[in-house]
Design a protein around this ligand. Structure first.
Ligand code: ADP
Ligand code: MG
Length: 834
C-alpha cells in the first residue's frame, strides 16, 4: 500500500509481490487438516480455519501489520457477479462444510478475518484455479485464453446471459466437470464410470470429471482389472483383497505403466504389490487397459476443448484461430503420452487453427496473485478516475450556493449603481407584456445567433380560430462571415432576406420585421439594441458597441432592393417565453439550453433601475451565461473548465455558459479524456490526433453515448466513428465522463433557474408560486438526461415554487413575430395618444 501513496502505480511485477495468494482446492488441501475437511464441518469452523492459516502465513512472512490485497483461489463452482464476490453453488471434490452453499465465500472469509482482528486483509478477487492458470499463462502469452486440464475458457461475453452488458470478453470458468450431469453423456458412460459415481461422495454430479480427471483414472483402471480378473481374463482369475481395495491403483501408477521403456517392468511391480502374481501377458494387457482409459480421457478433453475453440473462432469471426491454451494439472504434466495425444486430437478437431499449449507453473497461486494485482490496479485506477470526476459532482449545498450567488448577481445587474460592473447584465427588453391572443398580421422574422440563420414569414391570426402559420428558409453563415467584418455579416444577412422574399414572391410588401438576435444587447427601446459583446462562435468586427438594428437598416439601404420596417430586436429567450405565453398565460420565464445558455423573466419595473418608471413589469434578458466572469464560480470550476475557456474565442467570458451549454459540454469531456489518457487510464495511454482536435466531441455524441438504450458496443462504435479506438473498459469510462459532465451542466443550470423563480416569488411576496417556464434548445430537448436532472434540481432548490416547463416550438421565429405584433400595436396606441 505504501508504494501507492503518491498516487503512482507500482509496476506489475512489484505489485504482485505485495499481494498474497491463497490456495484452497483439493491438491493443496494439505493446508487444511484432512480430517477437518472430510468431516462434515461447519461453515464457521472452515472459514475460521482458513483465516487462521492466512494469519499464520502472514505472521511467518512478517507482513501481519500490512493490509495487503488478497487473491483467493477457490476452486469450486461459484456464481460470480463481480471479482470480489463468489457464491458457492455446490461443493465438489472432498469438501462438504455445511452452510456454505449459496453463500458468498468472500463475505464468509472477511467475517472470519474480522472476527480474529489480529490482521487486516482485503479480499480483492476470487479466482478459480483454471482462471489462475490462464492468467499465469496470459502473463507470458497474451493469446492464452483457454485451459483444459482443469477447465476454463474465455469467451465473447454476449453469449452469456448471466453477465450484464452485451460485449467485451470475460474469462469464463466453464466448470466442465459437471458436463454430463444432465444425462447428455449417458451413451458414453460405461458400467465402470457408473460404479465410480455410485461410490463417490457426490453421486450423479461431476460426471464428466469422473471420466477424465486424474483423480478417478486409477480407480477406473482398477475396476476394469477386477472385472477382467473375475471373468478369468487376467491373473488366471485371481482376485486379491488389495485389488478389491479402493484407491490401490492411482493415476501416477497409470502414468508409470504407460511409460514406453520401463512401463512393463513398473506394471509388474505394481501388480505384484497387489498380490496378483501377473504374467508378462497380464502386464501387457493391463498396460493396454491403462492406455485405453487415459486415451479416452485425453480424447474427451480434446473434444470439449475443441468445442470451446470452435466457439472462440466463431465468436471472433476469423478464418483461422490463433490462440494459446494455458494448462495446469499433473495428469497433463506427468503422464508420458497424455499431452501429445491431447495436442494431436485438438488440432485434428479444430483444423483451421494454430493452437499453442502453454504449461502453467503454479497456476493457482501465481494466477490468483495476478488476478489480484490486476484487480488492484483497476481498483486504484477507478479510484483516481472517480477522484477526477468528483470535482464535477456537486452536492446540494454547493448547488444552493450557486443559486445564492446567482441571486446576488441578479441584484447587481438590476441596480443602477452596480449595473456597470455587473456580470449578469439583466438587460431590459422593452417587452412589457406577454401576448393575449389578439395579435394579428403578417410578419417577417430573422433568427440569428443559433446554429442556423433563418428567415421566416409568420402569419398570426387572432379571434376564435387563433393560428400561427410559418414559412422559413435556413441559410448558412460561413465561418469567414461570422468572423469577418460587420458590414460583410449584415450584407450577407440582407442577401438572405432578399433571397427569401424572392422565394415567397413578396419583395414589395414592406412587412414589419422582428429580429431575433441572440447576443447580449443594451436596449433603449424595443427597436434599438447595442451589442455588448459577441458570444458563442461569432466575432465579426465593428459591431460591438453598435446598434445592430441600425446596422441592419443600413445594410437594407445599401442593397436598394426592398424596404422593411424593423420593429423589434428580440433575444431568443424572450421569443421563447412569448411563444409559450401565447399558449399558456402563466408563462413568465424563458430558458435556452442549446448552443448557449440564457434565461429571461418578467421583472417588476420598480426593480429595474436602469429603465425609468416603476409601473408594471418588463421582461429582462438576464444574459446569465456571463455568470461567474467575476470569479464567483471559481471554486467549482475545474482545470478542465479553465482549459475549455482558454481554448475559446472569448477567454474569461461566459464562464457559466461554458459549464452548461451545448457548445462546450463536449469540449469539457474532451479535456477530461485527454487528461485521463495522459495518465494512462484510457485509450492505452495514446493521445490520438483526433482527441487533440477541438470540437470533435459534439454534444449530440454525448446524447448518443449517454442514451440508456445504447449498449457499450454501440458506444464503442460511436467512438470509432470519431476516430477513437476504444476498448470495452474505455467505453465505460467515456460514458461515465459524459454523464458526469452533462449532469453537472443540468444541475448548475437548474440552480440558476431556482434563483429566478424564487426571485419572482419574492417579488410578489408569495409563499408559493405557480409559474411556467418556456424552454427551447436542442440540449434540453434531445439529451437523454439533461431535462430530467434540471427539473429535479429546480424542484429541490426552489421548493416553494411549482414550476411547469413548456417546450417552445420555434420560439425564435414565432416569438419574434409575436413581439413584433405587440410592438406594432403599441406603436399605433402611442401614435393615437400623441
Ligand atoms: P441554438 O441554440 O444554436 O439556437 P439549438 O437549440 O438547436 O440551436 O442548439 C444547438 C446545439 O445543441 C448544438 O450546438 C449542440 O451543442 C446541441 N445539440 C445538437 N444536437 C444535440 C443532441 N442530439 N443532444 C444534445 N445536444 C445537441
Ligand atoms: Mg435557438
Amino acid at each position: 500500500m505504501s508504494s501507492l501513496k503518491n498516487g503512482s502505480l507500482p509496476a506489475p511485477t512489484k505489485r504482485s509481490q505485495f499481494s498474497c495468494h491463497f490456495f484452497f482446492h483439493n491438491t493443496d488441501a494439505a493446508m487444511l487438516e484432512p480430517d477437518a475437511v472430510n468431516k462434515h464441518l461447519f461453515c464457521v469452523q472452515l472459514f475460521d480455519h482458513v483465516a487462521e492459516c492466512l494469519g499464520d502465513f502472514m505472521e511467518k512472512q512478517k507482513i501481519k501489520d500490512k493490509k495487503l490485497p488478497v487473491g483467493f483461489t477457490f476452486s469450486f463452482p461459484c456464481a460470480q457477479t463481480k471479482l470480489d464476490e463468489a457464491v458457492l453453488l455446490t461443493w465438489t471434490k472432498k469438501f462438504r462444510a455445511s452452510g456454505v452453499e449459496g453463500m458468498d465465500v468472500v463475505k464468509l472469509l472477511n467475517k472470519a478475518i474480522k472476527k480474529r482482528g489480529d490482521y487486516q486483509a482485503d479480499i480483492m478477487a476470487v479466482v478459480n484455479d483454471t482462471v489462475g492458470t490462464m492468467m499465469t499463462c496470459g502473463f507470458d502469452d497474451q493469446r492464452c485464453e483457454t485451459n483444459p486440464a482443469t477447465h476454463l475458457l474465455s469467451e465473447e461475453l454476449r453469449h452469456i446471459d448471466l453477465v450484464e452488458g452485451d460485449e467485451g470478453r470475460m474469462c469464463i470458468n466453464t466448470e466442465w466437470g459437471a458436463f454430463g450431469d444432465d444425462g447428455s453423456l449417458e451413451d458414453l458412460r460405461t458400467e465402470f464410470d457408473r460404479e465410480i459415481d455410485r461410490g463417490s461422495m457426490n453421486p450423479g454430479k461431476q460426471l464428466f470429471e469422473k471420466m477424465v480427471s486424474g483423480q478417478y483414472m486409477g480407480e477406473l483402471v482398477r475396476l476394469i482389472l477386477v472385472k477382467m480378473a473375475k471373468e478369468g481374463l487376467l491373473f488366471e482369475g485371481r482376485i486379491t483383497p488389495e485389488l478389491l481395495t479402493r484407491g490401490k491403483i492411482e493415476t501416477k501408477h497409470v502414468s508409470a505403466i504407460e511409460k514406453s521403456k520401463e512401463g512393463l517392468k513398473k506394471c509388474m511391480e505394481i501388480l505384484t504389490r497387489l498380490g496378483v502374481e501377473p504374467s508378462d501377458e497380464d502386464c501387457l494387457a493391463v498396460q493396454h487397459v491403462c492406455t485405453i482409459v487415459s486415451f479416452r480421457s485425453a480424447n474427451l478433453i480434446s473434444a470439449t476443448l475443441g468445442a470451446i475453440l470452435c466457439r472462440l473462432k466463431d465468436n471472433k469471426g476469423v478464418a483461422r484461430l490463433r490462440t494459446t491454451v494455458g494448462i495446469d494439472g499433473s495428469l497433463y504434466k506427468m503422464h508420458p503420452q497424455y499431452a501429445r495425444r491431447l495436442h494431436k486430437t485438438v488440432r485434428r478437431l479444430v483444423p483451421d487453427s494454430d493452437v499453442r499449449f502453454l504449461l502453467s507453473e503454479s497456476g493457482s497461486g501465481k494466477g490468483a496473485a495476478m488476478v489480484t494485482a490486476v484487480a488492484y490496479r483497476l481498483t486504484e485506477q477507478a479510484r483516481q478516475i472517480q477522484q477526477t470526476l468528483a470535482e464535477f459532482r456537486l452536492n446540494t449545498s454547493q448547488l444552493l450556493e450557486v443559486k445564492k450567488r446567482m441571486k446576488v448577481e441578479i441584484e447587481r445587474g438590476l441596480r443602477k449603481e452596480t449595473h456597470k460592473e455587473a456580470t449578469v447584465k439583466m438587460l431590459p427588453t422593452f417587452v412589457r407584456r406577454t401576448p393575449d391572443g389578439t395579435e394579428n398580421g403578417d410578419f417577417l422574422a430573422l433568427d440569428l445567433g443559433g446554429t442556423n440563420f433563418r428567415v421566416l414569414l409568420v402569419k398570426i391570426r387572432s379571434g376564435k380560430k387563433r393560428s400561427v402559420e410559418m414559412h422559413n428558409k435556413i441559410y448558412a453563415i460561413p465561418i469567414e462571415v461570422m468572423q469577418g467584418t460587420g458590414e460583410e455579416l449584415f450584407d450577407h444577412i440582407v442577401h438572405c432576406i432578399s433571397d427569401f422574399l424572392d422565394y415567397m414572391g413578396m419583395k414589395s410588401a414592406r412587412l414589419p420585421l422582428g429580429f431575433t438576435f441572440s447576443f447580449p444587447c443594451h436596449q433603449t427601446s424595443l427597436d434599438a439594441g447595442i451589442l455588448v459583446n459577441w458570444t458563442k462562435g461569432f466575432k465579426a468586427t465593428d459591431c460591438e458597441g453598435e446598434d445592430v438594428v441600425e446596422l441592419l437598416r443600413e445594410a437594407i439601404k445599401r442593397k436598394e432592393e426592398f424596404e422593411l420596417d424593423v420593429v423589434a430586436i428580440v433575444n431568443d429567450t424572450v421569443g421563447t417565453m412569448m411563444t409559450c405565453a401565447y399558449e399558456e398565460p402563466t408563462c413568465e420565464v424563458g430558458l435556452i439550453a442549446g448552443t448557449g445558455s440564457n434565461a429571461c423573466y418578467m421583472e417588476e419595473m420598480k426593480n429595474i433601475e436602469t429603465v425609468p418608471g416603476t409601473e408594471g413589469r418588463m421582461c429582462v434578458n438576464m444574459e446569465w451565461g456571463a455568470f461567474g466572469d467575476n470569479g464567483c464560480l471559481d471554486d467549482i470550476r475545474t482545470k478542465y473548465d479553465q482549459a475549455v475557456d482558454e481554448n475559446s474565442l472569448n477567454e474569461g467570458k461566459q464562464r457559466y455558459e461554458k459549464m452548461c451549454s451545448g457548445m462546450y459540454l463536449g469540449e469539457i469531456v474532451r479535456q477530461i479524456l485527454i487528461d485521463l489518457t495522459k495518465r494512462g487510464f484510457l485509450f492505452r495511454g495514446q493521445i490520438s490526433e483526433t482527441l487533440k482536435t477541438r470540437g470533435i466531441f459534439e454534444t449530440k455524441f454525448l446524447s448518443q453515448i449517454e442514451s440508456d438504450r445504447l449498449a457499450l458496443l454501440q458506444v464503442r462504435a460511436i467512438l470509432q466513428q470519431l476516430g477513437l479506438d476504444s476498448t470495452c473498459d474505455d467505453s465505460i469510462i467515456v460514458k461515465e465522463v459524459c454523464g458526469t459532465v452533462s449532469r453537472r451542466a443540468a444541475q448548475i443550470c437548474g440552480a440558476g433557474m431556482a434563483a429566478v423563480v424564487d426571485k419572482i416569488r419574492e417579488n410578489r411576496g408569495l409563499d408559493h408560486l405557480d409559474v411556467t417556464v418556456g424552454v427551447d434548445g436542442t440540449l434540453y430537448k434531445l439529451h437523454p438526461h439533461f431535462s430530467r436532472i434540471f427539473l429535479q434540481t429546480v424542484k429541490e432548490l426552489a421548493p416553494k415554487c411549482d414550476v411547469n416547463f413548456l417546450l417552445s416550438e420555434d420560439g425564435s421565429g414565432k416569438g419574434a413575430a409575436l413581439i413584433t405584433a405587440v410592438g406594432c400595436r403599441q406603436r399605433e396606441l402611442d401614435a393615437q395618444n400623441q
